[in-house]
Write a protein that binds this ligand. Structure first.
Ligand SMILES: [Zn+2]
Length: 282
C-alpha cells in the first residue's frame, strides 16, 4: 500500500513538472515577436524615448511606470542590446532572447492576390502609404494593457508562422487568426481611438485602432465596419463583424498588435500574460 502511495506521489510530481515546463514555454515573452518591459521613473515616462526614430511606448500601471519595447520577428536569439536615446542621452536596453519554434502553414488563396495586375499594384501602393501614415500617428493617452479576446472562436493561425500561399513562400504571419462565423461581433480588446478604416485589396474591410502611446491593433478581413475614423472606443465595445473580405481563405478575424511600429504576438496581451510574466500585480 505504501509503495503504491509513493508511486502515486511520484507520478503526480512528474505530471506537475510537465505542466510547469509547458507553462514556461507558452509564457516566454522575451523572444522574437515578444516584448521587453522595464520599470522606469515617472519623469522618464514623460520623455521621448527613441529607438531608430521610433518612439517607444511607456505605460502607467498600478501607479508604476514602464518602458515597453516590441522585439522584431527577425531579431537573433541570445544576448541582444537595443540602443535608445532619451533627452539626447544614449541608453542601452539589454535582454536575452529565448528561442521559440514557429510552425509552417500552407494556404490556398485566389491567384489575383499572388500576382496582382499593374492597375491593382498602384492601388496597393496607395493603400500601403495610408497604412504607413497610420503607423506614424501618436496618441498621447495611457494604454490599457489588460486586453480581452476580440472574438470568441477557434485559433487557426498564430503569430510567427512561416506561410506558403499556393505553395509560394510569403511573409511570416504577423498576427492571430480567430475563425468564427461571418457576422460574429468583434469586440475591442482594449480602449483606443479609430485612426483608419477602409476596404483594401489585401486587408479587405479593416479597422486600425490606436490604444495609446504607440500600442496599436489592426483588425482585417471584416464583413462590416461599425466604427468611424476619429471615434473613441471603450474596451469590449463592438467595432465590427467577422468576415472573409480581402485575401482571406474563410471567415475569420486577423488581429495584429504593434509596438514601436513592430508587429508582435497579440497573445502576449491575452489572459493577462504580460501582467503575470512581469509580475506587475501583487
Ligand atoms: Zn492572419
Amino acid at each position: 500500500m505504501r509503495i503504491f502511495r509513493l508511486f502515486y506521489l511520484l507520478i503526480n510530481i512528474f505530471i506537475l513538472q510537465l505542466i510547469q515546463v509547458a507553462h514556461a514555454e507558452t509564457e516566454q515573452v522575451i523572444r522574437q515577436g515578444g516584448l521587453y518591459l522595464e520599470e522606469i521613473s515617472e519623469k522618464d515616462s514623460q520623455m521621448h524615448i527613441m529607438h531608430d526614430s521610433n518612439r517607444l511606448t511607456t505605460v502607467e500601471f498600478n501607479q508604476k511606470y514602464y518602458l515597453l519595447y516590441g522585439i522584431p520577428y527577425n531579431t537573433k536569439i541570445g544576448a541582444h542590446t537595443v540602443e535608445v536615446t532619451a533627452n539626447n542621452q544614449k541608453r542601452f536596453i539589454r535582454m536575452n532572447l529565448k528561442s521559440k519554434k514557429f510552425d509552417t502553414q500552407y494556404i490556398k488563396i485566389a491567384n489575383k492576390y499572388i500576382s496582382p495586375s499593374t492597375n491593382t499594384l498602384s492601388r496597393i501602393e496607395k493603400e500601403r502609404a495610408n497604412i504607413s501614415r497610420a503607423k506614424e500617428m501618436w496618441l498621447n493617452s495611457n494604454p490599457d494593457i489588460k486586453f480581452i479576446k476580440p472574438v470568441d472562436g477557434i485559433t487557426t493561425g498564430t503569430y510567427g508562422t512561416k506561410r506558403f500561399y499556393n505553395n509560394e513562400e510569403g511573409n511570416y504571419h504577423n498576427g492571430l487568426d480567430i475563425a468564427a462565423p461571418t457576422g460574429t461581433h468583434i469586440l475591442s480588446p482594449s480602449s483606443g481611438k479609430v485612426i483608419l478604416t477602409g476596404d483594401y485589396y489585401y486587408n479587405g474591410k479593416f479597422i486600425y485602432l490606436d490604444h495609446g502611446k504607440g500600442l496599436k491593433s489592426i483588425f482585417i478581413h471584416l464583413d462590416k465596419i461599425l466604427v468611424e475614423t476619429g471615434q473613441i472606443i471603450t474596451k469590449g465595445e463592438v467595432i465590427g463583424k467577422v468576415g472573409n473580405s480581402g485575401a482571406s481563405a474563410g471567415p475569420h478575424l486577423h488581429w495584429s498588435v504593434m509596438l514601436n511600429k513592430t508587429y508582435i504576438d497579440p497573445e502576449i496581451f491575452l489572459n493577462h500574460r504580460i501582467i503575470r510574466y512581469f509580475s506587475l500585480e501583487d
